[in-house]
Design a protein around this ligand. Sequence first.
Ligand code: DSN
Length: 413
Amino acid sequence: MEYLNKLESFDKEVFDACNLELQRQQHNIELIASENIVSEGVLFAAGSVLTNKYAEGYPGHRYYGGCQYVDIVENIARERAKKVFGAEYANVQPHSGANANLAAFCAMVKPGDTIMGMDLASGGHLSHGTKFNISGKHFNAVGYSVDPTTSRLDYDNILAIAKECQPRMIVFGASAYPRAIDFKRCREVCDEVGAYMMVDMAHIAGLVAAGCHESPVPYADIVTTTTHKTMRGPRGGLILCKEEYGKQVDKAVFPGTQGGPLMHIIAAKAVMLGEALKPEYKTYQQQIVKNASVLANALIDNGFRLLTGGTDNHLMLMDLRTSGITGQELEKRLDAVHITVNKNAIPRDPQPSSITSGIRIGTPAVTARGFKEDEMLMIAKWIRGVVDDFEGNQERISKEVQELCAKYPIYEH
Ligand code: DSN
C-alpha cells in the first residue's frame, strides 16, 4: 500500500512487520467474527495528525488550548453516531469496548452493587462481570447462561435469577451468540425487577445500524459497542444513552476512567459513521447476514453440527464434540491452509478453555473484501477437507485459498 510504503524510509524494522501483516491479511481468509477490513478513509483518519493533539474534556470544554479543530471532528462523530442509531446521546471517547463497559458501569451503578451479565462460558464477555475482570471485582456480578437444550437465551430463567438477586443493572449482549436477542423482552425483564438495562451490542452494531438486527437503543438505558467489529471502523468504543444519563456518562468516561481521548481514532470513527449513513453500508450488512446463513447451512450440509442449529446474525459456532477434533487442533489446521478462525468454548464445554470443543466463525471481513454465497460454499468444503484428511488435502486447499484471495485484493492502492 502506498501510504504504508512511506513508512519504510523511516523505520525498516517496523515497516517489515507491518508489511508482513498486510500480506497475511491479503493472502488469508479472515473468519474471526470480531475482525474486519476497514476502508482506506478510516485508515487515513486513524493515521492522521490528530494523534498529536491532547483534548481532555469535551467539545467546547477542554483542558487544553488549540482544540477548535478536533472539536469539529468530535462533534461530527457524536452527531453521526446519534443519527446512525437514533440515539439521544453519544460519547465517542472510549478507547475500547471494555473501557466503554467500565464507564457504563461507573455511570449507572456503584461499587458493590449487584449486576447481571451473560456467563463467559455461555458466550458472554470478559467485561460483563467475570471474576478476572474489574467488572467482577468491583461489583457483585451474577451470571446467567443459555438453555442447556437449545443453547438459546432463556428470558424466563434470566428473570428468575434477577428476582432472586435483585440486580441494579442487567447487561445483555455477547461475544459468541449466533441468534437474535429479543431486546423488548430484555426490557420487560429489567422492568419487572426495577433494574437498569445495559446492552453491549459490540458484535452486532453494524447489523443494528443497517436494520439487520433489532436495535436495543429504544429499549436500553445505556448501550455500549466497539467500533471495529461489524461496524467496520477503527478499534475503539462508543456509548449511547438516553439524554438524562448523558452528563454522568461523560463524567464516567473522562475523568472517571480515561484521560486524553484518541482524537485520530475519533476522526476514524467519524469517517466510519459517515459510511454507515450511506446506502452501500446497508447492502454490506445484509450481505454479511446472507453469507453467514449460507455458510452455516453449507457447514451443516457438510456434516458439521452448529450450536443452536444455525445463525441469525454474522457468526456461528461449530460444535465439534462429534467431529473427532478439538477447537485448538482445527484452528491450527485452518491456519496452515490460510484460513483464520478462533477456537471458542461452547456452553458446558468438556474441554478446557485452552483447547475447547468449538470454533467461532464470522463473515464481516470476508464480506468486506467481496466474498458472496459461492465463496461461502467453497469455505465449508475446505473446512470439511482439513478435518477429514489434513495431510492429504493441505497443499491443495492452501493453494486454492490463496488463488481465491488473489482475486479479491483487500486494498486497491
Ligand atoms: N475479543 C472480542 C471478540 O473476539 O469477540 C470481544 O471483545
